[in-house]
Unconditional design. Structure first.
Length: 180
């Protein structure tokens, strides 16, 4: 046995101390990024389910006033009855959230980041920085989607608006033909 003691801090001088921000928020570790995708998918799933409950309540009892609508939707649900444009916006945003942010990002992002490196025997993803950037782009796109959907002066600029503008354009181009 050797009487010489090694200083392990000197041997591992290239490692940096991880803070909360580098370990949990801006992590490049595939396991942590998969947890971020999972938590984001669950959170967005809860928001999507809440939207689904709101428009299903309105659909089930169209003339009934719901106080929760006034609290959650404010001026877009006067007297607790949802505006038709807000109803269309909720249905559209619900579908967008459930497909793009729950199914695609929540499930695919979680399992591909967690399982694929483990299945092929890799210690981590090939490009952790690109993986982290893709997660944060997803979050910024979701915030932008929510802002553009509800925080403007009008609640809905959904695909239904495109139908009415198409009808006006077709009527103008073909004045003798009726579009219904």
């Amino acid at each position: 046995m050797s009487a010489v003691q090694h200083n392990h801090e000197e041997d591992h001088g290239h490692h940096h101390k991880e803070t909360f921000m580098t370990k949990y928020i801006f992590s490049q570790d595939h396991k942590m990024i998969s947890k971020q995708y999972l938590i984001t998918g669950l959170f967005m799933g809860i928001i999507g389910i809440a939207m689904s409950l709101m428009f299903r309540l309105q659909l089930a009892w169209p003339e009934k006033s719901f106080g929760i609508f006034e609290v959650l939707l404010g001026k877009w649900a006067p007297d607790g009855v949802m505006d038709p444009n807000v109803y269309l916006a909720l249905v559209t945003i619900h579908g967008t959230i459930m497909v793009f942010f729950v199914l695609t990002a929540g499930l695919s992002g979680t399992f591909s980041n967690l399982l694929i490196p483990l299945q092929i025997g890799a210690r981590d993803m090939a490009s952790g920085l690109l993986n982290m950037i893709s997660f944060w782009l997803l979050c910024s796109i979701q915030c932008n989607n929510d802002y553009l959907s509800f925080c403007r002066s009008r609640a809905c600029s959904s695909w239904m608006d495109n139908l009415s503008s198409t009808k006006r354009t077709c009527t103008r181009l073909n004045p003798g033909r009726e579009w219904e």
